[in-house]
Write a protein that binds this ligand. Structure first.
Ligand code: HEM
Length: 483
């Protein structure tokens, strides 16, 4: 009897909470509905592991019209790609990318929503990182060499390595060197804290989103990851040696932005934006190279030629290595960090060109997943073709002349870094760093996937995210002949 009553309370509160949340929304049809009166809570639960097919359903049925998807915490409006150009110029005060991002990772709970208050973290990347790539990249190269010596077990013959763990440290160290400088960057505690922080923010987000919204406070209260988050913040403050933190951030901080605790928090949160996405991209690149080894020699040749021509190629690798660049684009096409990028929260009244008003508080995104597999946009879209973008650039005579179809150039087909004035401000650094690590691997190592994992999926869908399969390993052996 008690169980039945508990079940009734559960179902009624569930229905109530969702009825309330749906009333606020605008009137586009839901994607993925299986039958006319299907309860929304079933749709929401199916979105947890079936977002790919729900988005595909909406994309095929309403390709040129907006539609909605029901997530456990919110109804998201999905806009067709033709609206990308309309939103590009909107600032974070009008349509906010960071507010959407912070909402998705429980920003109110873990304080990531401090990024909504000001764009200091973006200004610093734009003013100090991107223009100084020539100085930053040699340090990154130095840190890569150091990390390889201290973090990676030595081997001369084939040996299995937990590549995701290794790359987290390599990239975590490069991040620390770039952001807090030498010698503070050699503080392993600080790096461990930023890695743990990232793990716990995403872990807690995934766990919480498995449950209906009204249970979120309970999950947040009980989950060990949520107790750890507060500890990470305190730890970062203690170990972060605030006086060495990004000189630029200290220099540019105005008014309330100068609060030291907030500066440290911004620092740790930025590591979340930077490390996790870069680790995923490099891992996918290496795994796709193992599965499509016909790309390895042309990429090696390109890297060798580039290194022979310019000793300090790494300083300006954004424009160099067009084949490696194309490979990264293809990896992002097949494995974008999310199937709904970019996302925005409406902060000021906003009207689409079809005349529809989108109310304040609405969150919307673009269906990057289905766009990337649309045969009308990409020929043979299910095939991994690392030189797809390179061939387009050659065909249109763009090499050395234009950045069109390059990894750092967003377009309505290439949205892995978002789009418009709010596109990822770290993308130039990210692509340089990814190229640096890939070239290092290509020149010094032979690698393959363990036979038993050759058919394993590279990622799993979780809501709109594609989560890198954490079990995947890499076999590697130092090359006999190093170029
Ligand atoms: C392959 C690696 C990366 C990917 C795929 C990626 C992707 C993205 C995406 C999709 C966005 C949202 C853009 C939008 O809404 O239009 C974003 C925002 C952001 N990214 Fe990246 N990113 C990467 C690496 C980095 C790195 C290395 C940094 C730092 C150096 C960084 C810093 C940021 C920051 C600070 C934001 C938030 C900007 C804001 O507050 O408006 N990202 N990134």
């Amino acid at each position: 009897m008690a169980t039945i009553m508990l079940l009734c309370v559960f179902v009624l509160s569930f229905a109530y909470v969702h009825a309330v949340s749906l009333k606020k929304n605008i009137s586009y049809p839901y994607a993925g509905i299986r039958f006319r009166l299907e309860p929304k809570f079933l749709l929401r639960l199916r979105f947890v592991f079936g977002a790919g097919s729900i988005l595909q359903d909406g994309y095929s049925r309403f390709k040129y019209k907006p539609f909605k998807v029901a997530r456990n915490d919110i109804d998201l409006l999905v806009l067709p790609a033709k609206y990308i150009d309309e939103i590009r110029q909107y600032t974070r005060e009008q349509l906010s990318g960071i507010e959407a991002l912070a909402f998705n990772v429980l920003g109110r709970f873990n304080r990531i929503d401090i990024l909504n208050k000001s764009d200091l973290h973006v200004r610093v990347l734009r003013n100090y990182l991107t223009p100084n790539m020539g100085q930053v990249m040699p340090n990154a190269q130095d840190e890569l060499t150091y990390s390889w010596q201290v973090d990676v077990p030595k081997c001369e013959d084939w040996e299995e390595v937990d590549i995701q763990h290794v790359l987290r440290w390599v990239i975590g160290r490069i991040y620390a060197r770039t952001f807090i400088g030498y010698p503070a960057c050699r503080n392993d505690d600080w790096i461990q804290t930023s890695l743990d922080y990232t793990r716990d923010v995403f872990g807690l987000t995934f766990l919480t989103h498995c449950f209906p919204k009204f249970l979120h406070p309970l999950v947040l209260l009980l989950a060990p990851a949520s107790w750890r988050l507060g500890r990470h913040e305190k730890h970062a403050y203690k170990d972060g040696e605030p006086y060495t933190l990004l000189g630029g951030m200290l220099k540019d901080a105005k008014g309330l932005e100068r609060d030291m605790e907030e500066i440290v928090l911004r620092q740790v949160i930025s590591s979340l934006a930077s490390i996790h996405t870069s680790v995923m991209t490099v891992t996918y690149c290496l795994l796709e190279l193992c599965r499509h080894p016909e790309h390895i020699e042309p990429l090696r040749e390109e890297a060798k030629e580039c290194m022979e021509k310019e000793q300090d190629w790494a300083r300006h690798s954004t424009e160099r290595l067009p084949k490696v660049d194309s490979f990264i684009c293809e990896v992002h096409r097949m494995h974008p960090p999310s199937m709904l990028i970019p996302q925005r929260r409406v902060r000021e009244p906003f009207t689409l060109s079809n005349g529809e008003n989108v109310p304040i508080g609405t969150q919307f995104g673009f269906p990057l997943g289905p766009i990337s597999h649309d045969p009308q946009i990409f020929s043979d879209p299910e095939k991994f073709d690392g030189f797809r973008y390179y061939r387009k650039r050659v065909a249109e005579d763009l090499i050395g002349k234009s950045s069109k179809y390059m990894a750092t150039t967003p377009s309505d087909e290439h949205l892995a870094f978002g789009h418009g004035v709010q596109a990822c401000p770290g993308r130039f650094f990210a692509v340089n760093e990814i190229k640096l690590i890939l070239v290092f691997f290509l020149m010094d190592y032979e690698f393959k996937q363990p036979e038993r994992q050759m058919a394993s999926p590279l990622h799993f869908p979780f809501e709109e995210y594609l989560v890198l399969n954490p079990t995947l390993k890499l076999m590697r052996r130092r090359k006999k002949h190093i170029y």
